[in-house]
Design a protein around this ligand. Structure first.
Ligand code: BJW
Length: 229
């Protein structure tokens, strides 16, 4: 049985029409990271942070999973149905829901989900609704303590124990469409050295030494289906 961990980043959703963070037309060319992606930014101006994420939420129904999301879902399905002796776990840094909409079931959202809120009082994670505003009471405990269910800088990403277990047990680690600058995800490739093969898929592969065994350049909608086929 082959165990594959796939780490995905904003680049896999770029061809679906969602902006990456750090590209030429990246989300952060228009916002200061510390205003949006830190707990301090949210404390200072929750309305501004909500406006930013509401903009992203409004985009979601207008975009669709692309060939790369679909190829990963089909690989997972082939394992589940016994057509291939393997298992795929997707660890995504993305807060969109395109892996799920493509049909993937083993998806771990390490940086949270755009369509959920989190209560800082009782830790419930209710679904986001269009009529939510910063003082909306938590449906579980009634306190006005809801925030976006997103992991900001300085916070501990979700499901780290499960992710570590999957990384320790995998034979192949694949990173798709991530710049590899944000930790702890950026360190996953080093953590599997010695027991797993490693592959990188990115639009551009930097020249020079790489932590990956194999690096494949090109748009994910072309390179990922060519690999899983
Ligand atoms: C394509 C493509 C196509 C485009 N096909 N490819 C100093 C040193 C080391 C670490 C730190 C440090 N100072 C602080 C830290 C820690 C910090 C960190 O890493 N900072 C760095 C910036 C230096 N990390 C944290 O704070 C994290 N927490 C933490 O470390 O806690 C400690 C701890 C960990 C574990 C156990 C115990 C304790 C939390 C990080 C939270 C990140 N949150 C964000 C924001 C959420 C969403 C939002 O607000 O909108 O998550 S940041 C942002 O970056 C987002 C992303 O998930 C994340 C990664 O970005 P990603 O996905 O890689 O996107 P891009 O845009 O960077 O890259 C896209 C790539 O796709 C590019 O390479 C393109 O080429 C490619 N591409 N089109 C293929 N068609």
């Amino acid at each position: 049985m082959q165990r594959i961990v796939v780490l995905t980043g904003a680049g896999i959703s770029q061809e679906s029409g969602l902006q990456t963070f750090r590209g030429a037309d990246g989300l952060w060319n228009h916002e200061r990271i510390e205003d949006i992606c830190t707990p301090q930014g949210f404390q200072r101006d929750p309305l501004r942070v909500d406006r930013f994420y509401n903009g992203l939420r409004a985009r979601l129904p207008t975009v669709h999973p692309n060939a790369a999301h679909l190829a990963l879902a089909e690989l997972e399905r082939a394992g589940r149905e016994g057509r291939w002796d393997g298992q795929v776990t997707i660890v995504t840094q993305n807060i969109d829901d395109l892996h799920e909409r493509a049909g993937s079931r083993n998806v771990i959202h390490m940086h949270g989900e755009l369509l959920r809120l989190r209560c800082t009082a009782c830790r419930a994670t209710p679904a986001w609704r269009t009529d939510c505003f910063p003082d909306t009471p938590c449906p579980a405990c009634g306190q006005p303590t809801l925030r976006p269910d997103i992991v900001w800088f300085g916070e501990i990403p979700y499901h780290m124990e499960a992710i570590s277990r999957h990384l320790a047990a995998c034979d192949l680690f694949v990173a798709i469409g991530t710049s590899g600058v944000v930790y702890p995800a950026a360190g996953f490739v080093d953590s599997v050295a010695g027991h797993a093969d490693t592959m990188l898929f990115n639009l551009k592969i930097p020249s020079g030494p790489s932590a990956f065994d194999q690096a494949i350049a090109g748009p994910a909608t072309r390179t990922v289906p060519a690999w899983t086929r």
